[in-house]
Structure formats: structure tokens, C-alpha cells
Design a protein around this ligand. Structure first.
Ligand SMILES: [Zn+2]
Length: 348
């Protein structure tokens, strides 16, 4: 996401709260519930060059988020409760679900104590390869490679200087945009090449940042924690054939169940935007018997989503906007009126 788009969001959040739109439009915009997306939770301030900073919030901001949910009248519930909540003809209060993607150790170290203090249930979506301490967290590899390199070149033709923070940010944006447009095999190979040129081995980030199966087994015994599937290798499923997509979903669920002894009912589509998870993938998740499957398409949940439990939108708690104004806007649902052009469902 570009810096200018973030500036626009910041201005939008400020305008929404300054106008009071989060209050007067909320009856229209706020749905029955909301599923929040988190990635990293860690106290360290980001480096000057931190293109993935949107994926990281502090424990203090997680605490503010949970407090804001309560202040805005949300009841924090487990993902298991969502189908019934959507089908309820006369819900008393809006609900909120807390989801964490990828299985980062900082969720255990820094998020869990905050969540426990609030008595909040939460769901952790686990990628098998990452728990195996391998696989490719390619967006972090790309960040680390660009941080170390003075020049970023791709076989596809990109050639950008990367000598200072501004150049690195521009080079990351350009490489990210170019690589998201090509087949995933090429994205992975190009980033592996950048890692090697930057002097480190690709495929080592998970061993540093992600929870092991032992840690996940322990976590799975916590009644506040639900483990969900986030595939075997974290592919953009829609870019692969149906056999691969089916195997990624089914076998990741089977592995989490075998490792923890707990049944798994929920799926999160990796990356989760329309280029990564589409109608074919929603149908596969349904046919595999998942109760819900979540995307990263932005939006609140409405009663109509009861008919589309395998294409649920979520609201990302963005590390670049760790403010009360941003929270009030997201919880009001008002930003999504414009974002989804008035469409509440956004499941096509
Ligand atoms: Zn993910």
C-alpha cells in the first residue's frame, strides 16, 4: 500500500471523527459484528525503513483496541459463535471477533497477556510450514533484502536504487507491485535471489518469528484460544489450480488436528484479497466443511453474510494508524461505505 494512500486514510479517519460521522452514520454503516485482523504485536518502535509496519501494533494499542470495543458496545466472542450470531433475528449487541494470522511468537509473548487481562477469546490462524520453522514469509524477506541492498533488481526488468530510506521505500513498493502481478513461483524465486544477493538464506524467517508445534500444542489447551487453518505454504490460492488449493486447505487442517488433538473449523485465506481468494476457493472451503473462512476484504458483517460464511470480510487493525480516531472510524463501519461503494456484501 502506498504512502499517499496511507496519508489519505489518516486524513479520512480524522475527518470522519471531526465531523462526528462515526456517530451519525454508524447506524447505517455498522453491521452486526466485526472480525478484526492482527498480525504482529510487539512493543518495539518500527525502524525508519519498515514497509511491513502496517502489520504490527504495540501491546498498548491492542489494549486500547479491546477497551474501545467495549466502549463502543461490542461483545467479544469466539469465531465459533459467528454463524449463530449472524442468523440471530434480534441480536442484542454487536459482536467482535479477534483473529491473528500466520502464527507469530510475539502473539504468545506480547498479545496473549493483554487478551487474558480482558478475558477475550481469540483465534490464531496457523500455517503448517511456518510452524515447521520453514516456508517463505516472502514479504518479510523482501523487506530484509531491500534493507541490506543498495540496488534492487529483478529478472523481470525492475532496477531501483536503494541507498537510503526514501529509495528503499520506493524500491520495496515497486518490487512488491511487480511481483504481486506475476505467478507466485516467480515471486518466490525473485525474492530468493534478492535474499542471496543481500547475503542471507531465504526460508529462515519462520524459524526466528513463528511459533513451533510444541508451542502451538500448549496454546491449544488454553480455552480462550481457537486454532484455525492458514494453509500449508501460505500461497495466494486463487493463483493455483483447484487440486493445489484443495490440498493446501485440507492438509493444513489435518496437520493442526494431528499435532494438537483439537478439531479445526475455521480457515483464513493467505493474503486474502480478491486476487488471492475468489469464488472457487470459497466453494472449496465450504465443501471441505469449514464452518467459516475469512478474507482480508474490508468490511463489517451483516445479516446477509449468514449465507456466505466462507467469504467473510475482516477489518485490519493497521499499525500505521494506531490512534483512537482510526479505531472509532473502523468500529463505526463508515470507511467501508466508501471503500465497498455501498455494497455491504463484497463476496463476489
Ligand atoms: Zn498470512
Amino acid at each position: 500500500m502506498s504512502a499517499s494512500r496511507h496519508r489519505l486514510f489518516r486524513a479520512g479517519f480524522a475527518a470522519i471523527t471531526a465531523l462526528g460521522a462515526d456517530r451519525w452514520l454508524s447506524p447505517l454503516a455498522r453491521g452486526r459484528g466485526i472480525i478484526l485482523t492482527f498480525h504482529h504485536v510487539r512493543p518495539e518502535p518500527p525502524e525508519p525503513f519498515a514497509p511491513n509496519a502496517l502489520l504490527s501494533i504495540t501491546p498498548a494499542f491492542l489494549d486500547r483496541t479491546l477497551t474501545a470495543l467495549r466502549e463502543h458496545g461490542f461483545e467479544i466472542v469466539d469465531l465459533d459463535a459467528v454463524p449463530d450470531r449472524l442468523a440471530d433475528p434480534a441480536p442484542a449487541r454487536p459482536f467482535a471477533v479477534l483473529t491473528f494470522d500466520d502464527g507469530y511468537r510475539d502473539n504468545l509473548v506480547h498479545a496473549r497477556p493483554v487478551l487474558a487481562r480482558h478475558g477475550a477469546p481469540w483465534t490464531l490462524f496457523v500455517t503448517s510450514d511456518f510452524a515447521d520453522q520453514r516456508g517463505r514469509l516472502w514479504w518479510i524477506e523482501l523487506e530484509r533484502a531491500v534493507a541490506r541492498l543498495d540496488r534492487v533488481t529483478l529478472a523481470g526488468g525492475l532496477d531501483c536504487p536503494a541507498r537510503n530510506t526514501a529509495e528503499k521505500s520506493a524500491a520495496f513498493e515497486a518490487a512488491y507491485r511487480a511481483l504481486r502481478a506475476v505467478p507466485e513461483e516467480i515471486l518466490l524465486e525473485e525474492i530468493a535471489g534478492l535474499c542471496r544477493r543481500a547475503g542471507f538464506k531465504p526460508g529462515t524467517v519462520a524459524g526466528e518469528l513463528c511459533l513451533t508445534w510444541d508451542e502451538l500444542r500448549t496454546l491449544s489447551r488454553d480455552p480462550a484460544v481457537t486454532l484455525g487453518a492458514h494453509t500449508l505454504t501460505h500461497p495466494m490460492l486463487a493463483k493455483h489450480d483447484a487440486t493445489i488449493a484443495h490440498r493446501e486447505m485440507a492438509e493444513s487442517r489435518a496437520q493442526i488436528e494431528a499435532e494438537t488433538g483439537r478439531s479445526v473449523h475455521h480457515l483464513s485465506y493467505p493474503v486474502g484479497d480478491p486476487t488471492s481468494a475468489g469464488p472457487r476457493d470459497f466453494a472449496l472451503a465450504r465443501d471441505l466443511g469449514f464452518e467459516t473462512a475469512v478474507t482480508t476484504r474490508p468490511g463489517h458483517l451483516f445479516a446477509d453474510h449468514a449465507a456466505h460464511p466462507h467469504a467473510l470480510p475482516r477489518v485490519s487493525v493497521n499499525g500505521l494508524h494506531q490512534t483512537d480516531a482510526a479505531l472509532a472510524s473502523l468500529l463505526s463501519g463508515v470507511p467501508f461505505l466508501a471503500w465497498n461503494r455501498g455494497r455491504r456484501l463484497n463476496v463476489g
